[in-house]
Ligand binder design. Structure first.
Ligand code: ADP
Ligand code: MG
Length: 569
């Protein structure tokens, strides 16, 4: 429609692209199709990076993790109804994990959708997205594109970050308007995530509580990692002398080998602590809701630092709520601590150090075995060494046993290097996160995947090869979900629901797309192959053969699985 004679005109396509670029959003993760195919083409022609996936969910996971890593909303672009729904899982995941992301979906004609007259891919996408994200907007007129995108950006990154849905009906893309007026309609969002300074009395309350603590503990969550206040956080830990526990994705915020890390003494510190400082972590199921056996029966007081006021008292009473952004809150605490801060009693810190040392020593020999077939400890022992030697590698991790063992065995040394299944424990984040992380950071990625977990996003290895990304995927192949050993109790010909094809060769899938495939049966093989992959930067998939008897049901959360008493023989 827009020809060369129309130089002083612009249209929806160009306004969307210009609005994104004006706000430094230059990468799109998506899947092309009606009505956004041309949009992707034009965006690429206009210098944006447009990465096509094989399924929207994985494009969405890439966008979500891009948001986590960069503090800018990751952009996911999908077609209408089915594509939108595929992307929606990732949008809900982003919202649940407090990652900023914008899902942009093309949609069908409003007039037809609203009268339910049966349009191509008819669906009221805006209504469906609303309960699953932080905010949802629809733009109907080209002149509103600038403000619509500005609202989406601000909603995604301000306060508690989250997922935003932006509905763009097909007709909008072709709408034409005067180019100058169009340019003037764009909005560059000023200070999209304003600092939120904590109230001074909330800081004083927290400091008072902390001063009286005999057994204080700091718990970091991924909100603390997201905040990128790494230096101040480290100063707070070291100046206070308080032991700390990182949640999964906060590992590496300070090195796991730091003398104040209580990671390997987790059970002890949760039970014994008397004052717990939560920093960007929620007292949800991952922390047993702040009560019960995990936390023991000694009285505890909580200080909680979070940007979301509604998070306070979500599960237990918070004695000292500190509401603000983590950077500002940590700085305020540091100022209020003054110069004569007294370290916690040695009795407490020595007991933790002793527990950490004995647990680490107990684990060490198990990690050195070179068994064939491999068990989790032998395989992960070799990967632990690799991360120690290459601390800037980004680790992506999903699975059941593969997740639980890797989380506790592999030490992390730098912030935001461990990406995993997050708050929901989603299986399927693997390849999307690996791609998002490689694209956003340019760093090598090591994805450690259970064979079942890998299956959810396995086709995206074609995407990895297509963009020649420095990603090494290790599939821990034990022939099934949890273990490959279940049998069908009826003796029928169907295998048990948790069992896969025996001795599947995932490495050959990678070879099919031109990547490097490796079949590894020993920890030494595995170690050699991973080092080679990380040195070469070539897309690689290592099929790591794991003893199908190793591992347990659901990893460490088997207790969440309801079991029938009646059907037990
Ligand atoms: P984890 O699972 O690692 O414990 P959660 O996702 O449960 O972490 O918690 C992250 C918390 O961090 C959320 O409550 C969120 O509101 C908070 N948060 C995220 N970013 C910031 C920030 N910049 N400042 C303060 N709090 C933040
Ligand atoms: Mg398995």
């Amino acid at each position: 429609m827009a020809d060369t004679a129309a130089e002083n005109l612009t249209d929806g396509f160009h306004l969307i692209i210009d609005a994104l670029k004006l706000n430094d959003l230059t990468t799109i993760y998506g899947v092309p199709g009606i009505p956004i195919t041309d949009f992707g083409r034009i965006a690429q022609a206009e210098g944006m990076r447009v990465l096509s996936f094989r399924h929207e969910q994985h494009a969405g996971y890439a966008a979500a993790i891009a948001g986590y890593l960069t503090k800018k909303p990751g952009i996911c672009l999908t077609v209408s109804a089915p594509g939108f729904l595929n992307g929606l899982t990732a949008l809900a995941h982003a919202t649940t994990n407090c990652f900023p992301m914008i899902l942009i979906s093309g949609s069908s004609e409003r007039e037809v959708v609203d009268l339910q007259q049966g349009d191509y891919e008819e669906m009221d996408q805006l209504a469906i997205a609303k309960p699953l994200c932080k905010a949802a907007f629809r733009v109907l007129h080209a002149q509103d594109i600038g403000i619509g995108i500005a609202r989406a950006i601000r909603a995604a990154v301000s306060g508690r970050p989250g997922g935003v849905y932006l509905d763009l009906p097909a007709k909008l893309f072709g709408q034409v308007m005067d180019a100058d007026a169009g340019a003037r309609s764009l909005v560059k969002v000023i200070d999209p995530a304003p600092r939120q300074i904590p109230a001074p009395d909330s800081i004083a309350r927290a400091i008072d509580l902390l001063k009286g603590a005999k057994r204080p503990l700091i718990i970091f969550g991924k909100g603390a990692a997201y905040a990128q206040a790494d230096d101040d956080i480290r100063t707070l830990v070291e100046k206070s002398g308080i032991p700390y526990l990182p949640m999964s994705m906060a590992k590496g915020l300070l090195p796991d080998t730091h003398p104040q890390s209580a990671g390997p003494a987790r059970s002890l510190v949760l039970k014994e602590a008397d004052v717990v400082v939560m920093i960007g972590a929620r007292l949800n199921w991952l922390l047993s809701h702040g009560k019960g056996k995990t936390w023991g029966d000694k009285p505890k007081s909580f200080i909680q630092i979070d940007i979301e006021p509604k998070e306070m008292d979500s599960n237990v009473e918070i004695a000292a709520p500190v509401v603000g952004d983590i950077g500002s809150c940590v700085t305020a605490l540091l100022d209020a601590m003054g110069d004569n801060w007294k370290a916690p009693p040695a009795e407490w810190t020595d007991a933790i150090t002793a527990k950490v040392e004995s647990n680490v020593a107990k684990m060490a020999p198990r990690l050195q075995n070179n068994n064939v077939p491999m068990d989790y400890h032998g395989a992960l022992g070799s990967l632990k060494t690799i991360i120690r030697e290459r601390p800037d590698v980004i680790l992506v991790n999903e699975g059941a046993n593969t997740l639980d063992f890797a989380r506790s065995i592999i030490d992390m040394y730098q912030p935001r290097k461990r990406l995993d299944v997050g708050t929901w424990g989603v299986m399927g984040i693997g390849m999307g996160q690996a791609i998002g992380a490689a694209v956003e950071t340019g760093k090598p990625v090591l994805a450690i995947e259970g064979d079942s977990a890998f299956g959810f996003s396995g086709m995206e290895i074609e995407t990895i090869c297509r963009y020649n990304l420095p990603i090494c995927v290790v599939v821990f192949n034990n022939n099934g979900i949890y273990r490959g050993t279940d049998v069908n109790p009826t003796g029928g010909s169907d295998v048990a629901p948790t069992v896969f094809v025996k001795d599947a060769r995932y490495d050959k899938m990678m070879e099919a797309f031109g990547g490097v495939g490796v079949y590894a049966t020993s920890p030494d093989d595995l170690s050699r192959a991973v080092n080679e992959a990380l040195n070469s930067g070539k897309p690689t998939l290592i099929n790591a053969v794991i003893d199908e008897n190793a591992g347990t049901e659901s990893g460490r959360i088997g207790n969440l699985n309801p079991q029938s008493v009646v059907s037990k023989k």
